[in-house]
Structure formats: structure tokens, C-alpha cells
Design a binder for this molecule. Structure first.
Ligand SMILES: Nc1ncnc2c1ncn2[C@@H]1O[C@H](COP(=O)(O)OP(=O)(O)OP(=O)(O)O)[C@@H](O)[C@H]1O
Length: 398
């Protein structure tokens, strides 16, 4: 949902609800048979952040999440929404302020996509035109064509399209809070990754307070601002950003859960810091080759970066070609291996491998900032554990 769509529709102006924080205080759930689903849990979810609850099967993730909208009534404790105690609020009213996305139940099968998405606005008594406008706006936002998909039934959509319709339905009344339960578990890995990216983009636009349950640590580090790793009984073993979790697991349980390949996973959540870049010799397109050669010899380097007269990246020059008359521009090679400065280390590494390059240039727009080599990449990763490297999208949505 983009801001212009909201602003351009006065009837929606009042429902652009600001995100609120959620606090669970001493919350427990003891089921009728005596099973302790969650015991004495204190957990806060920051306003506008995407928090992931992750942990092995049966650890209490779903119980925790469903206590927030009181689909499961807590046995003890308090739930605060934006500071307001909603532990005993009317559950129906409460749920209109809390969007809910689930994989299994999802959409009403005998209603069209439009009717499904308009469910909560109808309950809230919006007039028909306002609902129609809002629903079509939301369908477009989640990547469904209202004309093509709006009048279909859920069974006539693909799994990914159904999921998008589910997200649109949850967002329809612009609730400040969104609960999301394993939404992408039924789709194949490729679609799953695409839906995760779309979901992240959507969150960047809407900035809801999202509680997201998954058992998949890859998904958690990819999309979470913060992650709570839980063990049996809803015990929080660590509550941290993806980079902290992967870089400094609090104990053996977390280390096991995040996996032995956590160093690799960390590549995806660690951004490039300008301080990590190496600065090889730089020559310019118009320079004479003799000058370029002496610059290379002076630096003791085998290659140089070639910039144009605007200081933008042009390519690179090998010492083997820096001989004879002519200019650098006549023998410089194009530089295919480059990434934007806001990329993750993983993207930089993938680009290096894709082009079988020994280094990758880092650009801010067209401006050349420096290069990453396997050595500097490794150093950057090590430094990220010390918490000095900014994190990328998944970790810094807030
Ligand atoms: N209605 C119920 N009656 C009794 N025990 C229950 C009930 N619902 C859940 N439990 C138990 O509470 C514990 C936590 O369950 P919960 O569904 O919250 O776990 P989860 O972490 O979401 O698991 P999964 O990843 O498998 O969905 C489990 O031991 C489960 O068996």
C-alpha cells in the first residue's frame, strides 16, 4: 500500500494506524490436559518492527502468537498493545486491530478474492465503494491484478497467489499489528524466497508491528529485524538481531539451532562497510599507458581500477597490458563484477563467484568506492561479530 494511494482516498485517511508495540508480561498457557505450552514469558515487540519467533516443533511459538490476539486465552499474565491492557478486552474487537495471516486456513473457499479481502472492512461497516477501492488498491499492492484475480475463488489461484490474497486480507483495515504464522511453508523454495522479498518490501512500506512464526532459521534471519529463539515451554533462549544471533549465539541450544553454517548465513545479514574496502591503484581512461605502468609498478600491483573523467567505474587494467603507446582506455577491460554499496556480503561474494573474479567493485550509484577481495570479505565478516558493521535490509528495517 503506497502512501499516495492512502492520501488520495480520504475515506482511508483515518485508518492509517500508527504501529504500536506489544508487551507480553508473565504470560503462561497451561492447556486443559496440563501441558504447559508457555511458562511465565516476558517479551516485547517493538513498534514497526518485524519480530520472528523461531524454534523447534512444540516449543510454544504458535501458542505465544495466538495469545496476542487471544485465539488462545492466557492462563496468567498480561498483554499490552501500545500500552493498553487488552488481556480482558473483547476478543472480536481486538482481532479487528490485529491482522492475521496463516498458511493452513487462509481464505474462505466459497468467497471470491475481493470478498475475502474485504472481510474486516465489511465487519467495520465501511460503505461499498470504500471497500471496493481499498480492496483493489491492496490487491495491486500485493501483486495481484484486481481485474484478473479479484473475482476468482481461492481454488482458482496458485499457492503463492493465495498467500498474497491472505496478506491483502490481513492488511485490509490497516491494523497496527500483524500476526503471521508460517505463511510460506507450503510453497516451493523459489516462490518462497520471492514471497519473502515481497513481504519485506511491503513491510518497508507499511511498517506494521509484525510477529512472524516460523521453524525455519533461514527464513528468520532473512526477514527478521529481531529474532526470538525459543525452546520448550516458550522459553526465550536468545532475543537478538539476525547478525547478533549468528555472530554470537548465546548458548549451545542457539548455536545448534542456527546451524554449523552460521558463518555463511551471516554473509546474508551483514552489509558492506566502506572501511572494509580495499583501494587498489586507480588510473583514468585518458591516462597514457606509460604513466599507468609506472603507477602500477610504484604500487607493486598487478592491476588497477580504471575510472572515467567523472570518477565513475570504467573497468580495469592488467599490468600485462599496460605497455606500449596509447591510452588506458584503449586496453582497459570492462568490469562486470560490481555490487551497489548497500549490498550484503553474500551478494558481493555471489557476484565474485559468478564472474570468477578475484575482487568485486563496490559502487555508490556510478561512483567507485573501492573493492572487496576474498580477504577483505573475510575480515568484514569477522568484524561484523564485533558489531561494528551495519546490517542490511533484514536486520535494519526499523
Ligand atoms: N490444545 C492443546 N492442548 C494441549 N496441548 C497443546 C494444545 N495446543 C498445543 N499444545 C502443546 O503446547 C506445546 C506448544 O505448542 P505450540 O503449537 O505452541 O508449538 P509450536 O512451537 O508452534 O510448534 P510447531 O512448530 O510444531 O507448530 C506443545 O507441546 C503442544 O503439544
Amino acid at each position: 500500500m503506497d502512501a499516495t494511494a492512502q492520501a488520495g482516498h480520504p475515506a482511508s485517511a483515518t485508518d492509517a494506524a500508527p504501529a504500536v508495540d506489544i508487551r507480553l508480561e508473565g504470560i503462561s498457557k497451561v492447556y486443559a490436559d496440563g501441558t504447559v505450552g508457555v511458562a511465565e514469558l516476558d517479551l516485547a515487540f517493538a513498534a514497526g518492527e518485524l519480530t520472528v519467533l523461531v524454534g523447534p516443533s512444540g516449543c510454544g511459538k504458535t501458542t505465544t502468537m495466538k495469545m496476542i490476539n487471544r485465539l488462545i486465552e492466557p492462563t496468567t499474565g498480561r498483554i499490552l498493545l501500545g500500552g493498553e491492557d487488552v488481556t480482558r478486552a473483547d476478543p472480536e474487537q481486538l482481532r479487528r486491530r490485529i491482522g492475521y495471516v496463516i498458511q493452513s486456513i487462509g481464505l474462505f473457499p466459497h468467497q471470491t478474492v475481493r470478498t475475502n479481502v474485504g472481510t474486516v472492512p465489511r465487519l467495520l461497516g465501511w460503505d461499498k465503494d470504500r471497500i471496493r477501492t481499498r480492496v483493489d488498491e491492496l490487491l495491486a499492492t500485493v501483486g495481484l491484478d484486481p481485474a484478473a484475480h479479484g473475482d476468482r475463488y481461492p481454488a482458482q489461484l496458485s499457492g503463492g497467489q493465495r498467500q498474497r490474497a491472505g496478506v491483502a486480507r490481513a492488511l485490509a483495515a490497516d491494523p497496527p499489528v500483524l500476526l503471521v504464522d508460517e505463511p510460506f511453508s507450503a510453497v516451493d523454495p523459489v516462490v518462497r524466497e520471492r514471497l519473502q522479498s515481497e513481504f519485506l518490501r511491503l513491510q518497508q512500506a507499511v511498517r506494521k508491528t509484525i510477529v512472524f512464526v516460523t521453524h525455519d532459521i533461514e527464513e528468520a534471519v532473512r526477514i527478521g529485524d529481531r529474532i526470538a529463539v525459543m525452546s520448550q515451554g516458550g522459553r526465550v533462549e536468545q532475543y537478538a538481531t539476525p547478525a547478533e544471533l549468528l555472530g554470537r549465539p548465546a548458548n549451545d541450544f542457539v548455536a545448534d539451532f542456527v546451524g554449523a553454517d552460521r558463518g555463511l548465513k551471516r554473509l546474508a545479514v551483514t552489509g558492506i562497510d566502506p572501511g572494509d574496502l580495499e583501494r587498489p591503484p586507480v588510473v583514468h581512461v585518458a591516462d597514457g599507458l606509460a604513466d599507468a605502468r609506472s603507477a602500477l609498478e610504484h604500487a607493486g600491483a598487478r592491476w588497477a581500477v580504471v575510472l572515467d573523467d567523472q570518477e565513475n567505474l570504467h573497468g580495469w587494467l592488467s599490468a600485462d597490458h599496460a605497455g606500449g603507446p596509447g591510452t588506458v582506455g584503449s586496453v582497459a577491460r570492462r568490469m562486470e563484477a560490481w555490487v551497489p554499496a548497500d549490498s550484503s556480503l553474500k551478494a558481493a561474494f555471489a557476484t565474485m563467484l559468478q564472474h570468477e573474479a578475484g575482487w568485486v567493485a563496490v559502487l555508490d550509484g556510478d561512483r567507485f568506492l573501492g573493492v572487496l577481495t576474498p580477504e577483505s570479505l573475510h575480515a568484514a565478516l569477522r568484524r561484523s561479530v564485533e558489531g561494528t558493521v551495519p546490517e542490511t535490509a533484514g536486520a535494519t528495517l526499523a
